[in-house]
Design a protein around this ligand. Structure first.
Ligand code: ADP
Ligand code: TRP
Length: 321
């Protein structure tokens, strides 16, 4: 059975762009192989310097994952920093990583351009990512297009290690999904926290309704036919409504005589319905004190067993024992 591994940065309140773009694809992997998912909190330190926010993000991400269908029996789920071997292996790999290779990293340049401090952690971010992947003998790493270069670096670093010290690491394959569509935000741009145009999965009904009603539309009058192709409302509706409901809304767009306010109400209702089971599950999880910590502990226990075995191999390969 293939081992599928991926890491996600715990980045705060979940919006439906994160859900459909990142979380859903991970949850859909469950059952396809042996799934390993971890919260990359050490990576998150490169851009978050607030201990309370870090703790809250890790907790919230775990609650959200469980609410949305993560099965901790099937999936090994842990917090990166619970396994110090991530950092130890990173150091060993960094002694084999050519500095010019890291200088080519697009993600580093992008982040510095966005104004994140150009510290050594940000610069060596791909080496930590390589350690994450190699530590667990991963076969497949499903990631977004922006991470392709990091996977190539991981394979490069693993090959350098194997050439220097003998066959130690499995070379993982990236799995780049092209079909994950970009979820539009309230203003039609990509939904993103940095644009302030998000719809949060787990917000209360009232603010959710208010946000849906504020979706930006064109000024086609109520009675006129409307174009379904470019509509933001429909793009979101397609994610949460049944095919019949979507077809009906498309017909109603073309027919004219119905205003955008009405379409937004339908979208709001479908959103409520779609996420209702996850909300209910979330409430159950929040009502069980200690449950999140138990899940993280059990995940760390399972991850540690594999990480320890890899580190035994690595330490004896390089002569640290
Ligand atoms: P944000 O842009 O809100 O800061 P992040 O950069 O933290 O979101 O994204 C976390 C994950 O969610 C990434 O894997 C990203 O690809 C996915 N994601 C974020 N926004 C969207 C979107 N609008 N459509 C599809 N996927 C998204
Ligand atoms: N760099 C990834 C991102 O920003 C997160 C990540 C860290 C990761 N380590 C990983 C993804 C290992 C896959 C495998 O999305």
């Amino acid at each position: 059975m293939k081992r599928i591994l991926t890491g996600i940065q715990p980045s705060g309140t979940l919006h439906i762009g994160n859900y459909f773009g990142a979380m859903r694809p991970i949850l859909d992997m469950q059952g396809r192989g042996e799934v390993f998912v971890f919260l990359a909190d050490l990576h998150a330190l490169t851009s978050l310097r607030d201990a309370d926010a870090m703790r809250a993000n890790v907790h919230e991400a775990t609650v959200d994952f469980l609410a949305c269908g993560l099965d901790p029996e099937k999936t090994v789920y842990w917090r990166q920093s619970d396994i110090p071997a991530h950092a130890e292996l990173m150091w060993i790999l960094s002694t084999l990583t050519p500095k010019p290779m890291l200088e080519l990293a697009v993600s580093y340049k992008d982040k510095v351009e966005q104004g994140i401090a150009a510290n050594a952690g940000l610069f060596t971010y791909p080496v930590l990512q390589a350690a994450d992947i190699l530590l667990y003998d991963s076969d497949v790493v499903p990631v977004g297009r922006d991470q392709r270069q990091h996977l190539e670096m991981t394979r490069d670093i693993a090959a350098k290690f194997n050439a220097a010290y003998g066959d130690t690491f499995k070379l993982p394959d990236a799995e780049i999904s092209d079909e994950v569509a970009v979820v539009p935000g309230l203003d039609g741009r990509k939904m993103s926290k940095s644009y302030g145009n998000t719809l949060e999965l787990f917000q209360d009904e009232k603010p959710m309704r208010k946000k849906v009603m504020s979706i930006v539309t064109d000024s086609t009058p109520l009675e006129a036919p409307k174009d379904p192709a470019g509509s933001n409302i429909l793009a979101l509706y397609r994610l949460v409504a049944s095919p019949e409901q979507v077809a009906r809304m498309e017909d109603d767009f073309r027919a004219g005589g119905i205003g955008y306010g009405d379409f937004k109400k339908r979208l709001f209702e479908s959103l409520q319905e779609y996420f209702a089971p996850m909300r209910a599950r979330r409430a159950e999880i929040l009502a069980r004190p200690g449950y999140v910590d138990e899940v993280l502990e059990e995940g760390a226990r399972r991850a540690r067993a594999i990480a320890d075995a890899t580190m035994d191999r690595v330490r004896s390969a390089v002569g640290l024992r």
